[in-house]
Design a protein around this ligand. Structure first.
Ligand code: SF4
Length: 119
């Protein structure tokens, strides 16, 4: 058994936590009394982490949805490549690529503008 002092990242409050672990398993999560802001507080989301970590329905690897609605296990690199491709298609379809071009052109224009001490 080990107790780790850490912070919750489930929301922007970042409450201090004391997490009791056994190997890779979370045994308990408690608020950290020594944390200067949360002072021992934690909400139910963090308190229930052991439940979610061990839940039978928890996904442990990426799955690709097939046209018939079933799921096929894929590697992390396949899932990442698929996500990148979908983001690129979305950016192209919605003007994301044009927006980036416009931003780059604006930066180039700004950096080429004369400064107060250049004449
Ligand atoms: S314990 Fe709850 S309130 Fe605190 S950071 Fe985590 S989710 Fe947010």
């Amino acid at each position: 058994m080990a107790i780790e002092q850490t912070a919750c990242i489930l929301c922007s409050r970042n409450c201090g936590l004391r997490v009791e672990t056994e190997g890779a398993q979370i045994k308990s999560v408690r608020g950290d009394d020594a944390h200067p802001l949360s002072k021992g507080y934690l909400c139910q989301k963090a308190a229930r982490l052991p439940y979610y970590q061990e839940h039978a329905d928890r996904l442990e690897h990426p799955l690709r949805r097939e046209p018939d609605g079933s799921f096929t296990r894929v590697s992390w690199s396949q899932a990442s490549a698929t996500s990148r491709s979908a983001c690129s298609r979305s950016a192209s379809a919605t003007g994301g690529a044009r927006s980036r071009s416009t931003a780059a052109a604006a930066r180039a224009t700004t950096s080429a503008a004369p400064t107060a001490d250049s004449s």
